[in-house]
Structures are given as structure tokens and as C-alpha cells.
Design a protein. Structure first.
Length: 176
């Protein structure tokens, strides 16, 4: 676990030499985690998108859809925009549709992370009824993404699929 954290945060550590170290660090971490989420979605075969270890949890595909929906929710708050709320988890079921939706959601969030400065990140917005700095909203998005990457890792392991961060020679970093 320590190695995973180091791999995820190392690219973001470069941010501390920049003029907006907090927002740059958060953007670097986002690049890493969004990259491994997308790699996971692309790596799992289409027939495993309906897999769920028990009836009480989401399927692999539903998690991908949930993560995509959450991207819009968190990043629209940080951008000061109305959430487009595409309801991906409820409307998309195929691997092709879910991967495309995740890519679009990541592209939407890229706007929030790319435009964020430390000063802008200090501005307050409402998150779940609480006053939260915009940069805090993006940090919660990163934490949410990592939480669900952990779910996807478990599902992949149950299907004997090696997760992106465990692949031999894996260089976890910002998406390309």
C-alpha cells in the first residue's frame, strides 16, 4: 500500500516547486488516479462488466458509471457550473458506453483541475451542505476516485485480472 501511495503521489510532488503548489499537487494526484481508473475500465473484458461479488454491491460497470457521475458532480461544483448530471450509472451498461462516458467525465474534470489555482481553490462552495474550499472539493473527488479504484481492484483480482498498479513495470502517473 505504501508503494501505491508513493507511485500515486510522486508525480504530484513536483508541484511543490511551482507557484500554485496546492492546486498543482491536487491536479497531479488526479492525473494519476484518473489514469488508473481509465486503465482499469479498459482492461476488464466486456463480459465482466456485469460482475458483482454479491448481490448487495454494484457491478463492475455500475462502479465505473458511478465514478463518472461523481466526476461531474464534484467538478461542476469546483467550476461553479450546474451539474450536467448525465446519470451514467443508471443509463449505460456496455463496456464501450461506460468507457466513453468515463473518458468524457475525466475530460470535464480536466477543465476544473487545469484552471484551478491556489487562490481560486480557497474560494468556498457548498459540498453536502457544508462550506468547503473548491480545492477541498477536488481533493474529495480524488479520495472518492481512490476509494472506488480499490473496489475495482478487488473485482479484478476476483477475476484473475492484474490491476494497473500491480502490473510488472507499472509506472503510475498522470494519464497521457
Amino acid at each position: 500500500m505504501r508503494t501505491l501511495l508513493i507511485c500515486l503521489l510522486a508525480p504530484a510532488a513536483v508541484a511543490f516547486g511551482q507557484s500554485n503548489p496546492f492546486s498543482a499537487f491536487t491536479k497531479g494526484a488526479y492525473g494519476a488516479v484518473s489514469g488508473i481508473l481509465l486503465q482499469s475500465a479498459e482492461k476488464v473484458p466486456a463480459e465482466d462488466y456485469s460482475f458483482k461479488p454479491t448481490d448487495a454491491v454494484r457491478s463492475f460497470g455500475q462502479i465505473v458509471g458511478h465514478v463518472a457521475d461523481a466526476q461531474y458532480m464534484f467538478c461542476s461544483m469546483a467550476l461553479g457550473e450546474k451539474n450536467p448530471a448525465p446519470q451514467i450509472e443508471k443509463t449505460k451498461t456496455t463496456k464501450a458506453d461506460l468507457v466513453a462516458a468515463l473518458k468524457a467525465a475525466i475530460a470535464y474534470c480536466d477543465k476544473a483541475y487545469d484552471s484551478m489555482t491556489d487562490a481560486e481553490g480557497a474560494k468556498m462552495v457548498k459540498l453536502f451542505g457544508n462550506d468547503t474550499p473548491k480545492l477541498g472539493v477536488l481533493t474529495v473527488n480524488n479520495m472518492h476516485n481512490m476509494e472506488h479504484y480499490g473496489n475495482l481492484v478487488t473485482y479484478m483480482r476476483l477475476k484473475n485480472i492484474v490491476p494497473p498498479t500491480s502490473e510488472s513495470g507499472s509506472q503510475v502517473g498522470p494519464k497521457k
